[in-house]
Design a binder for this molecule. Sequence first.
Ligand SMILES: CC(C)(COP(=O)(O)OP(=O)(O)OC[C@H]1O[C@@H](n2cnc3c(N)ncnc32)[C@H](O)[C@@H]1OP(=O)(O)O)[C@@H](O)C(=O)NCCC(=O)NCCS
Length: 140
Amino acid sequence: MAVMTDSFDPRFGEAWTMAQCAGLLPMPGVWLTIARENETVSGFALARLVADEAELLLLAVKTAAQCRGIGRILLEHFEDDALARGAMRLHLEVREGNHALSLYERAGFGLVGRRRDYYNGQKGDRYDALTLAKSPGNLR
Ligand SMILES: CC(C)(COP(=O)(O)OP(=O)(O)OC[C@H]1O[C@@H](n2cnc3c(N)ncnc32)[C@H](O)[C@@H]1OP(=O)(O)O)[C@@H](O)C(=O)NCCC(=O)NCCS
């Protein structure tokens, strides 16, 4: 939760609460990957497999550790773990305008949809979510 609070900009309503995480983590098909540097947690990826589709639910790296490749490594782990668990398709949702978009696009994810007003911002403003997916031909 320290990484969650530190990394997500509170303006956009993308971060999850402790209760949301605690509710999801015990569910079947859910896994959490933690990035550590010198025993300090610097980032995490939360993912879920349903049937043969894996979803990247959250990806975060604490501010002080960003732009050093940890996000990309966590994304690669997500893909490898998803394939090992039997995924045939990967997908995720990201706020339009989030700089993580370039990370996902470079990893081979493509735009497949848009959810209008998906995120509730701090001041009542709403932000669209873009749905990105990566299919068999593009998997690592
Ligand atoms: C998105 C996030 C996980 C990336 O983690 P990271 O460790 O900084 O990512 P990397 O160092 O692997 O960078 C990968 C690419 O992401 C993009 N990127 C990362 N930080 C960026 C920034 N501050 N501004 C613009 N682009 C950025 C760049 O395209 C970068 O490519 P580069 O190697 O050419 O610089 C991190 O910025 C973060 O935690 N953001 C807040 C939470 C969030 O919005 N998560 C995504 C939605 S769930």
